[in-house]
Design a binder for this molecule. Sequence first.
Ligand code: ZN
Length: 821
Amino acid sequence: MKRTLKIVFGYILLSTSVSFAQPAKVLNSSELKLALQKLNILGSVLYVAAHPDDDNTAVLSYFSSEKHLRAGYLSLTRGDGGQNLIGNEQDELLGTIRTQELLTSRGIDGAEQFFTRAIDFGYTKSSDEALKFWGKEEILSDVVWIIRKFQPDVIITRFPDTGEGGHGHHTASAILAKEAFKLAGDSTKFPEQLKYVKTWQPKRLYWNGWGLQDQDNIIKIDVGEYNPLLGKSYSEIAAESRSRNKSQGVGGIGRRGENLNYFKYIDGDPAKIDLFDRVDLSWNRVEGCEKIGSLLSEAEMKFNSEDPSEILPILIEACTEMEKHKENYWIVQKKKELLDVIRSASGLWLEAIADDYSYSPGSAININAGVVNRSNYPLKLERIKVSYSTSDSLFNQNLSINNFISHNYSFNLPGDISITQPYWLNQKKDKFRYAVDDQRLIGQAENDPALTAEFVLSSKEGEINLSVPVLYRWNDPVEGERYRPIEIIPEVTINLQDKIYLFPSNDAREITFSIRNNTDTFDGKVHLKIPESWNVSPGEISISLNKRNEEKQVSFIVTPPNQAEETEFTVEVVSENKIYNKGMVTISYLHIETQTLFPEASGKLIRLETEKTISSIGYVEGSGDDIPKYLEQLGYKVDMLSDNQLENGLLKYDAIVTGIRAYNTRQRLNVINKKLLDYVYNGGTLIVQYNTGNNLTTSEIGPYPFKISRDRVTDEEAPVILLKPEHELLNHPNKITVKDFEGWIQERGLYFAGDVDPHYETPVSMNDKGENPMSGGILFTNYGKGVFIYTSLAFFRLLPAGVSGAYRLFINLISAGNHSG
Ligand SMILES: [Zn+2]
């Protein structure tokens, strides 16, 4: 049996609802005052939408800090399918970045974060498609589960369920919220959840909509209100929070002044003036807790910002009182908040710092756990308990003011401790939904910390337990004090250079990868798991690694079959009957906590039947794509062209390709494009990949006019019609048939060309169900002695995913023109 992660839903609250990789923040007096106000309000609101950037951070901030409610944001997806504006991470790596970005947003607006298992599979116009792909029952079950766990009084959707939200995911989020609102209170629905949670019927469901100003019975809230304790309006906080979503580039400027939001009734008990009409938000809500309520009111009243510790006797008495009602939902929540307040009111600093950030199972770890009381309130340290450490140190020591006490813990981690893979990536996912076996983990934004340290403190008024994550700390000469979460990593990890290996001919090629030792010494044998039609030599390779962090390169020669074939392979390292087949990817950005993932060490092999008729390609990078890497794998010589080269160089390439959004991101193309068109005129081939119609650096991309529309074909299986089957683009060097449009992913194309000048030929047409055929996916024209091509097909997704037909078509695009060999 593996040790499972400690599961605590909504583990730390309030100031620390941010990621676990930071020490608990000590609240200043203003924040403490706010936290004290919040302790006396028992109510919650859940905001529901589809993507990380769908949240209304002003509404969340308003409910959290103005109304002192427990506020949550449920984003159905982690935003895995969008475009990454800060790096190359895609899919689940991007989803991991956005998860962390949202957690830092929540640290600013004070809300909590939840997700379902749904994967953001890219743009879809249809909520039916979204629900079909995700599995409606499964995601509905997740929403019901999160409602039952979070117990919101009010649910608010960002979108209507009628389609005006545009994206099919948006509409689906409203549909699911509406259905879950009806089902969460019904014990015959998803009864398997009732092992862990009770049913819960929220009081009302509203839509935080637009265009509602003049309608009747609309609830109006000014989320532009100013909070003097925070020195900011909620609209200002909202902009700060939203600007954390750096990978999506949705930063905003804070609004000052009135900012009205409108809420329309959808279901439940209608509100008259306030969304929390007839919801008891006082301690009367919990039976037998009047004493807690009066103690906390007293604490709020007697709070002295000059010496917050004066109210500690009252707070600790309230904490002791809460022990009597342990099981109650509100007690569980409020106790977490209260402990935060107690910690901050005494200026307590608690830390547990490990000697490294990375450990394999069974390895030695050294942790220094320490505490300092920075108030006059007499506290005693009873004991510190560190996860997996057998020594439960008893201290029984007075914490005199500003006297730092620490203790060192050295021990070996269990041999069967789980690696710290984000829980939703533990199992092979399908294309549309993450696989999570443990019901209790569903909804959680991230894993609980790998190790914690629990400090037991006592005073005359009672005992308190404060838990902190074990962290690694270092001094960055530029950034100063920094922290990283502790990660548990496999004994060996395998890092492949690529996920896709192309075989454009019968020739064998080498597949090389590195094996890294994460323990002291490691001996094992490596082999490739691969179908028999592919030949691998040698069959296995022995490796011996004697030092921690030592890496060795291992190569196998792979010979493809004679005809076109796609297959998957996995690298396995076998040692003492244990199989290791995981890689290690670290995601490191300053604005989020460092994340380490362990993807399977597997890749795709593609034997293409094609012909190479050109050799040199110049690439004009735009907002960033991986296409050059795959063109090189096909044997083309690819040069990345700088503005200078474009401006001054004699362009001698067989073809020049512009990367996605090059005409949006490269300012100089405004001037240089003339040189590119001269290059075409003199016999070159220029392929321009998709751009968006906004912020174009030039409106004259091609030799003849066309516009860039917002039209896209989002169904990756949408039928494709070959309008000109005899056209050279569909015949040279590869004969393209509709078969080549099979196995595409995510979408056909985006920002199709429109208003196309008759000089252009359009060899293909496609459309989503119920829409008109669109032929703006590929434009072709001869110009002078050369060829100009514009394509909005999603090659930037298809080539890195190893879609054979897309390769064959792309090869035809770059091979067009007068230079056929
Ligand atoms: Zn969205």
